[in-house]
Design a binder for this molecule. Structure first.
Ligand code: CFM
Length: 545
């Protein structure tokens, strides 16, 4: 990515934004709004509580656990212990896809169901454990699934139902069904990030390592942090297959219980979304000796780079040659597509405010289109996602992060086997392959670009006025407000109705969709209703201390 163009200095707009907040809040928000200098180590406050009353983009811990990490797994019954709303609003809205026909056996697919204990007032008053046991039994009787995951919603934690005890009892009673619970109450952490961690822990405890079958392929990897939104995972699978590399398990797009159970037999872990799944990479490394490195399949160039890194790791000339062949086959149509889209996109400006990884990953795709990301941020990333893993030892553990269990993992006495020697890993590092590392988003962003963590609604409005971006990328909650301001919004969570955007084919889809968005003049013709003062008096509010 080019850091050559110096961007307009945003310090005045930053001051203007902060001036509207009460002093204490202004001081706090100032630490989460950083004018980037890629040469400096700047601290970006993140993973802290959202200020009450501020409109945030964030979701809850339950969403991160049930929706994000376990949601895309097709043959685990995901049973939500809670009121029905928590299930209804999490029912297939993330567009994670799965392919239940890919195996002759084990083609079960429960993703289109919404399983809930449907807690009522009397369960809140008298406890919901009996109802939970009944629901597990009922799901088992109807579907005979291999596994049932039980997800706690806020009231479960408040009334003290023990989902783990009920899960243990039911696992014993049923005999051939792995039942495990998650203490992922919505309020448990400051965002969905806590839910990712909880999900990683329980998957590691209850599922990983259950099946020691040796893989039959020569090169075996897991892809961590790829959730198959809009079919991204399918496109990555296609590329790996073409290169002759076997993905044992994708965590967790298009995944199954059996793939998780066998994933510890891989030679290498590839981390796509660092935020949601770095825990799994670390735990598998410690227990089984599987090294990991960061990859990005968003962007055709990044995809080629990731595949080459894998070739380097396996140190096999035949594999490296095959990877080069595949890249050479895929690239011509990519180049053609980007040249066409660039006629519209070159020199345009984007702002990206997405969860914990995509605000970084998608800067690559915009870069390929000749577009610059002037401002970006995560909803719930941690400092390491901005500043790189080098800051991990200096991150302060506060009361909120202490609340999330850190499981103690040790070498597996019989199954630990280092897949690569220390010397080999060192040699790869010398070659520039960042083993067990992630540099974060800030070093890749332009000088004077504005990084904002957990951006607020007020900040969004002011920054749109300041930057007048050609496109704003965020989610459904932001979409219509931004569009009413005359700026097109592309959803980077669900991809609206589009995708895949990963890999080579995905990049072409993205170029075409962005070209379409930039080619329409409709947004400039829109006048926000709140600007029409005669018919719609402006709604304003003042902070009262
Ligand atoms: Fe990882 Fe994700 Fe993301 Fe994420 Fe998410 Fe998502 Fe996201 Mo929405 S796992 S951090 S919790 S890349 S659901 S597939 S798009 S916020 S940037």
């Amino acid at each position: 990515m080019s850091n050559e163009n110096k961007l307009p200095d945003p310090s005045a707009i930053k001051e203007e934004i902060l001036a509207k907040y009460p002093p204490k809040i202004a001081r706090k928000r100032a630490k989460s709004m950083v004018i980037n200098d890629p040469e400096l180590d700047q601290q970006i406050q993140s993973n802290v509580r959202t200020i009450p009353g501020i409109i945030t983009q964030r979701g809850c811990t339950y969403a991160g656990c049930k929706g994000v990490v376990l949601g895309p797994t097709r043959d685990i019954v995901n049973l939500v212990h809670g009121p029905i709303g928590c299930s209804f609003y999490a029912w297939l809205t993330r567009r994670n896809q799965t392919d239940p026909d890919e195996q002759v056996e084990g083609g079960d697919n429960y993703m289109n169901y919404a399983f809930s204990t449907d807690m009522q007032d009397d369960n809140i008053v008298f406890g919901g454990e009996k109802k939970l046991a009944q629901a597990i039994q009922e799901a088992y009787d109807i579907f005979k699934p291999k596994a049932i995951g039980v997800f706690s919603t806020c009231p479960v934690g408040l009334i003290g139902d023990d989902v783990h005890a009920v899960s243990r009892e039911m696992k014993e009673k049923l005999g051939d069904c792995n039942v495990f619970g998650f203490s992922c109450e919505g309020y448990k952490g400051v965002s969905q990030s806590a839910g990712h961690h909880i999900a990683n822990n329980q998957l590691f405890r209850h599922v990983i390592g259950l099946d020691d079958t040796e893989p039959k392929h020569k090169y075996n990897v897991n892809l961590l942090g790829e959730y198959n939104i809009g079919g991204d995972g399918f496109e990555i699978d296609r590329i790996f297959k073409k290169c002759g590399i076997n993905i044992i398990c994708t965590f967790s797009g298009n995944s199954t219980m059996d793939k998780f159970a066998n994933s510890h037999m891989a030679d290498l872990n590839l981390v796509m979304c660092h935020r949601s799944i770095n825990y799994m990479a670390e735990m598998q490394e410690t227990k089984f000796g599987i090294p990991w490195f960061k990859v990005n399949f968003i962007g055709a160039e990044s995809t080629a780079k990731a595949m080459r890194k894998i070739g380097e790791y396996f140190e096999d000339d035949e594999l490296k040659a095959r990877i080069e062949e595949v890249i050479a086959e895929e690239m011509p149509s990519v180049k053609e597509a980007v040249a066409k889209a660039k006629l519209k996109s070159d020199g345009k400006v984007a702002m990206l405010f997405v969860g914990g990884s995509r605000a970084h990953h998608y800067q690559e795709l915009f870069g390929e289109l000749g577009m610059q990301t002037v401002s970006a941020g995560y909803e719930f990333g941690h400092r390491d996602d901005y500043e790189g893993r080098k800051v991990l030892p200096t991150i302060k553990v506060d009361a909120d992060s202490r609340n999330i269990e850190e499981i103690k993992v040790e070498k597996d006495e019989t199954r630990y086997s280092p897949r690569a020697s220390e010397e080999k890993l060192e040699a790869l590092k010398e070659k520039g392959l960042e083993i067990s590392d992630y540099r974060g988003m800030a070093p890749d962003m332009a000088d004077q670009s504005l990084i904002v963590d957990d951006i607020t609604h007020w900040e969004t409005e002011k920054l749109i006025d300041f930057y007048k971006p050609d496109i704003f990328c965020a989610g459904i909650k932001e979409k219509y407000v931004v569009q009413k301001s005359g700026i097109p919004l592309k959803q980077l969570h669900s991809y609206d109705y589009g995708g895949p955007y990963a890999g080579f084919e995905g990049a072409k889809n993205f170029y075409a969709d962005i070209e379409k968005i930039l080619s329409t003049s409709i947004w400039k013709k829109i006048k926000a209703p709140w600007l029409n003062k005669e018919t719609d008096p402006c709604i304003c509010a003042e902070y009262v201390a």
